[in-house]
Design a protein around this ligand. Structure first.
Ligand SMILES: Nc1ncnc2c1ncn2[C@@H]1O[C@H](COP(=O)(O)OP(=O)(O)OP(=O)(O)O)[C@@H](O)[C@H]1O
Length: 885
């Protein structure tokens, strides 16, 4: 439709649009951003704004919609939320200076993973972009957050054509907002899993060339201004280089501004941290509650007492990446202990930290030339706190607390204080967000600006003086000096007195009740004022940019300080949580024991109402009690105790105090959970299939250093199949690699209690209840021994199931108990023989004794003529036995 003769503006629009096909182009026209053609149709529908057309009378009108530039952030946020990309195209020359059409350029592209604007970001969450690569032997991952400058990478060896599960899991764990993949992944069948797993995230495919390690290496060395990547430890990690290079290339292509705040890349090894896969993170409700999907009712909600945005983001990482290095864990624990020992300083520290804004994001925005005057003032206020803060912490011994662990310059605090002074001297305290309206720079900062300021101010007072003088000279009581955009300043006199004005008054306008005039003198002064005003606004902007550039040069120092503050804040928050919740410092042991005395579930203990939380003790080791089978009625607290152990171990390894009277924890490499709380119906998988996938993941990947939490296995299938699977998994984990895995296994299959006699390191426990008058009281304490009562009917009554059903269920149960369910001999669990992994699971338990039909069939099959007297006697005996069971 626009093939025909285009206006110059439309030609310019189309040429720019050509360069950003996959983004919605915000084309700046004066105080508006306009969108045209398909972009307009799409944006109008998402943003719910009016769709109009540019040339309404044309038979082929161009659809368009627009929005005020000052409100753009709001609209951009909405488009990004819907997975769109937005290319912002600005007028890059002043219309007054343009010869013909104003020059316009795209200044940045905003995508879900490329957001800098604070109002579009979640304060406590990193906005990660993840790139995934594949080289001949490895798969690589790079993760970047341009709003903070964080840039990390890892790689995993590949044994097949597909991306290893561990790397994919790592990608999911980072909860990226956008993922970059090479074009070749788009249709490769081997990449179907990764495409599906990441389908909920926006995937952007980039040219394969962008991922080529040689190309990527060059980009990275350019970015870091280094000759090689040796200093970052990734020189010989091509998969990391490939992914990281692609990420940087994308940042540069979209941001089109200085990206020097991304000054380093940090490689990490997945084995440096305890692995908690995405499912376990959800199952254990680390960051969100499983039902509500909100942080309330999750571990982070209890532990996060940070007061800065940086601390808020870091504590999430500490929870998602618990440590396995004992010394590092002990360092964190020691810092918390020191802080708890100095309650006065702890309080002051919290108060001081509250005044520190988001240094990471401020520093990054300023460095990328997008910080405004309010950002600069926030930075100044934050940096001004540092001297006081460092005076408070200097007596601490822990490097996490006293800052000696920081890799900044020796005089970092003093240098940053000077930076704060520079900002304070230059930027006005009442400066506004917009940069092109003046009122940014303080009096006394620039003599040239001061002169312009005095002209504009004096000019205004001159106007006031003139009014007074003219009134006196003319004696016209109605004379006023006014201003409008058409005439600038003018003199207004009422109609009645207008004939008496002096001759040098030049008539400009006649109104119903008044006449308007100007004078030569007045216009001369007005020109001076206006010119000065214009020059002043431009000069203020220029000075602001110079100061911002000076600050940007110290971005690295700001980011180093931000990282220190973030860790300090996390530690002070954990110390606060420890004091408020009566947590204990865990001991990190070397003797492969998990010994928790009087432990509690950190979240449940806060949520229960009308009941006191009953603490429980648990000991797991590799010799006596490696696997604990927990039986007990429904609702007794089995799941809670299981999760409580997992959370306590995790908290200890993230370096936090734990909800127990005492705890000694050995380092765990991975926590596996199979808890069945997740409903994956929406992802099209059957509940049982999910359960079995989780089980397969555990048995295939657990090591003797892992902790396995199994909250019922086999519920989603027939009782007999389920019990057999549960039995086999318990045995398998006990025997794994000849060493076994620490396992907590809650089950309603009482048959499994026999395992204690067969396997030396399996122990039975149950959660106590008291029974009276057909009712039960939950005692919540974990005690030795198994129980074969489920009290399901009593729990059903508690839940409000009608009495009729309860009574019927009771009689069914009585009948079933009269004819107990016994596994057929072929499926009776037996001690596992070497090499005999398969069991016959074809049989089903029958709930009741033999029916008349069964007996009839037996009798029909018998050929009495062929029977010996002994056969007949045996058969009779068999029949009798059948009816008696
Ligand atoms: N130690 C405890 N002290 C106090 N209350 C507890 C304790 N443990 C659990 N509870 C309460 O009991 C409720 C049920 O616990 P939980 O879900 O762990 O039971 P369960 O035995 O796993 O039940 P089911 O077998 O039906 O899944 C919890 O939501 C909590 O309110």
């Amino acid at each position: 439709m626009v093939e025909k003769k285009q206006t110059p503006m439309m030609a310019q629009y189309l040429a720019i649009k050509e360069t950003c096909q996959d983004a919605i182009l915000f084309y700046r026209m004066g105080d508006f951003y306009e969108m045209f053609l398909e972009d307009a149709v799409k944006a109008a529908s998402i943003l719910e704004i009016a769709l109009t057309s540019r040339n309404k009378n044309d038979p082929d009108p161009i659809p368009m919609c627009g929005l005020p530039y000052k409100a753009a952030d709001l609209y951009i946020a909405k488009l990004i939320e819907k997975g769109c990309k937005v290319a912002v195209c600005e007028q890059v020359e002043a219309p007054s200076q343009a010869k013909g059409l104003v020059k316009r350029e795209i200044v940045r592209v905003i995508t879900p993973g490329m957001i800098l604007n604070d109002s579009l970001l979640d304060r406590g969450t990193n906005n990660f972009l993840v790139a995934i690569s594949k080289t001949s032997d490895y798969s690589g991952l790079a993760c970047i957050d341009i709003s903070t400058g964080s840039f990390t990478t890892c790689q995993v060896k590949r044994t097949s054509g597909v991306i290893p599960y561990t790397l994919l899991d790592e990608a999911l764990k980072l909860s990226p907002k956008e993922v970059l993949l090479p074009d070749s992944f788009k249709s490769d069948p081997a990449m179907a899993t990764i495409r599906k797993a990441l389908s909920h995230v926006g995937i952007t495919y980039l040219d394969n060339y962008t991922f080529r390690p040689d190309n990527a290496r060059q980009l990275l060395t350019e970015q870091f201004a280094t000759r090689s990547l040796e200093g970052f430890g990734i020189e010989r990690m091509p998969a990391c280089i490939s992914a990281a290079g692609a990420a940087i290339s994308y940042v540069r292509d979209t941001q089109l501004s200085d990206t020097s705040h991304i000054y380093k890349i940090t490689p990490y090894n997945l084995n440096d941290f305890m692995v908690i896969d995405d499912r376990s993170c959800k199952n254990l409700e680390l960051l969100t509650n499983i039902q509500t999907q909100s942080p309330k009712g999750s571990l982070i909600h209890i532990l996060d007492k940070t007061v800065t945005a940086m601390g808020g983001r870091l504590i999430k990482q500490w929870i998602r990446y618990p440590l396995v290095d004992k010394d590092l864990i002990r360092q964190r624990l020691h810092a918390i202990e020191e802080l708890i020992g100095a309650p006065g300083i702890h309080q002051t520290l919290g108060d001081l930290l509250k005044s520190v804004y988001d240094l990471e994001r401020l520093g990054s925005r300023i460095s990328m030339g997008q910080g405004n005057a309010r950002d600069m003032l926030s930075l100044k206020n934050s940096l001004s706190v540092l001297p006081d803060l460092f005076r408070q912490i200097k007596t601490f011994k822990s490097p996490i607390l006293n800052g000696t662990g920081m890799d900044g310059t020796p005089d970092l605090v003093r240098d940053l204080e000077k930076l704060a002074q520079l900002i304070g001297k230059a930027i006005r305290e009442d400066a506004v967000h917009v940069l092109n309206e003046g009122n940014l720079i303080n009096d006394g900062y620039s003599p040239e600006l001061d002169e312009l300021l005095s002209i504009t101010r004096d000019g205004k007072s001159w106007i006031a003086k003139t009014e007074k003088k003219e009134k006196e000279n003319t004696g016209l009581s109605s004379l006023k000096i006014k201003y409008n955009k058409v005439f600038g300043y003018f003199i207004e006199v009422s109609k009645a007195q207008s004939a008496q004005v002096p001759d040098h008054y030049i008539r400009k306008q006649t109104l119903v009740n008044a006449e308007r005039f100007i004078t030569q003198d007045m216009k001369a002064v007005e020109d001076t004022i206006f010119n000065a005003q214009e020059r002043r606004t431009a000069l203020e902007y220029e000075i602001f940019c110079t100061v911002r550039e000076k600050v940007a040069k110290r971005t690295k120092d700001i980011l180093i300080m931000a990282q220190f503050i973030a860790a300090l804040d996390v530690v002070q928050g954990l110390a606060k949580a420890a004091v408020e919740n009566a947590y204990a410092k865990p001991d990190i042991n070397d003797d492969r024991r998990i010994d928790i005395q009087d432990g509690r579930h950190p979240v449940v203990e806060k949520l229960i109402q009308g009941e006191r939380y009953v603490p429980n003790s648990i000991v797991l080791d590799d010799t006596q009690c490696q696997q604990i089978l927990i039986t007990g009625p429904n609702m007794a607290g089995k799941s809670t105790v299981l999760r409580q152990v997992a959370l306590t171990v995790l908290m200890a390894q993230m370096g936090s105090f734990v909800p127990a009277v005492s705890a000694s924890i050995c380092v765990t490499d991975r926590i596996f959970t199979r808890v069945g709380a997740l409903d994956n119906l929406s992802s099209g998988q059957s509940t049982f299939m999910v359960e079995m996938e989780e089980t397969a993941n555990i048995v295939n990947n657990a090591t003797e250093k892992s902790l396995v939490i199994l909250d019922e296995i086999g519920r989603g299938t027939s009782t007999y199949d389920g019990m057999s699977i549960a039995w086999a998994v318990a045995e398998y984990l006990h025997d794994l690699n000849g060493k076994g895995v620490k396992t907590l296994f809650a089950t309603h299959y009482h048959e499994l209690l026999q395992l204690e006699e067969i396997k030396p390191r399996i122990k039975n426990y149950n959660i106590e209840v008291k029974e009276f008058n057909d009712n039960i009281v939950f005692l919540r304490s974990l005690v030795k021994g198994g129980t074969n009562r489920s009290y399901g009917i009593q729990v059903a009554r508690l839940a409000g199931v009608p009495d009729d059903i309860i009574d019927l269920a009771k009689s069914v149960l009585a009948s079933a108990e009269h004819h107990p369910m016994t596994p057929a001999p072929s499926v009776q669990p037996a001690k596992k023989k070497k090499g005999s992994k398969k069991r016959n699971t074809s049989g089903q338990m029958s709930l009741f004794g033999p029916s008349d039909d069964d007996l009839r069939q037996m009798l029909q099959k018998v050929d009495i003529a062929q029977m010996t007297p002994l056969d007949a006697l045996n058969f009779l005996n068999e029949l009798k036995r059948k009816v008696e069971v």
